[in-house]
Design a protein around this ligand. Structure first.
Ligand SMILES: Nc1ncnc2c1ncn2[C@@H]1O[C@H](COP(=O)(O)OP(=O)(O)OP(=O)(O)O)[C@@H](O)[C@H]1O
Ligand SMILES: [Mg+2]
Length: 250
């Protein structure tokens, strides 16, 4: 059974066809690299999966269950086990690390008060065990603003893993990550795979996507124009294919 299955998905923004006739699948424990130029529709596609945008044509199944776009939501996606690290803003800015980890899913006592101590302790564990933070600088009370781009991604991934998401979606931030930060993100993805979970990884960088993905799907102007299995294509050939696929005619 597929974790995600999209059949002929359509999405319009006013007159703009953002996605046209999308057939897209993610298997259990599969890492899918989603590629394509700026404006290709990558973020739109994952926002449909995460319940941020309703689709306006086609069918979507998650874990075999048919999704009603009118009733689907970000909250439902969380409940089903889908966690996302968005490109625009991985986390709610200006807040402490521990508040970000438990955003929208606070631990409360019978009176409804947030269990601050417990949440901070758990944040410490997540930082140590899942994000590999060694305690220099960052602690549960650290303001998110003080973290680097890679660390922010790390927090979001740590959160996803802590809540045991079955599918983690990573939409690479537009600002560049340092080489070290990229390596951290790639290690997170390898970890997701090792834990038996699935991942959709969006990046413009073929060299990053290639080693961690099982399959690649290429979008161009709202349509899927290429599908590859890593085992059947070398990085070099994939590079050549990508240049061909995204070439602007005329
Ligand atoms: N909320 C929105 N309202 C109107 N148009 C939108 C909206 N979101 C996306 N679009 C349009 O849909 C198309 C696909 O955008 P999308 O953000 O999915 O591209 P992308 O592949 O993620 O690009 P990038 O690599 O730059 O992040 C673009 O033409 C974009 O302008
Ligand atoms: Mg995008």
């Amino acid at each position: 059974m597929s974790l995600i299955k999209m059949n002929n998905i359509q999405k319009h923004f006013g007159g703009v066809v953002a996605l046209n006739d999308i057939n897209f699948e993610v298997g259990e424990n599969e890492v899918v690299g989603l590629m394509g130029d700026n404006g290709a529709g990558k973020s739109t596609l994952i926002k449909i999966i995460t319940g941020l945008h309703p689709f306006d044509g086609g069918e979507m199944y998650i874990k075999g269950k048919k999704i009603n776009p009118k009733k689907y939501s970000v909250k439902k996606a969380h409940q089903i086990g889908i966690e996302t690290v968005y490109q625009e803003q991985a986390l709610a800015e200006k807040q402490s690390l521990w508040r970000n980890i438990f955003l929208g899913r606070q631990k409360t006592n019978k009176l409804g008060f947030i269990k601050v101590k417990e949440e901070k302790e758990e944040t410490n564990e997540i930082m140590r065990d899942m994000m590999g933070f060694t305690g220099i600088g960052a602690n549960p009370d650290s303001n998110i603003l003080t973290l680097s781009g890679g660390e922010k991604q790390g927090v979001a991934i740590g959160r996803a893993m802590h809540f045991d998401a079955d599918l983690v979606i990573l939409d690479e931030p537009t600002m560049a990550l340092s080489l070290q930060e990229v390596e951290k993100v790639l290690n997170f993805i390898r970890d997701i795979k090792d834990r038996g979970k699935a991942c959709i990884y969006i990046s413009h960088n073929i060299a990053n996507v290639y080693p961690v993905s099982d399959r690649f799907v290429v979008l161009d102007r709202g349509q899927i124009v290429g599908r590859y299995e890593r085992e059947k294509i070398s990085l070099e050939d994939f590079n050549t294919e990508m240049v061909e696929l995204t070439k602007v005619e005329g």
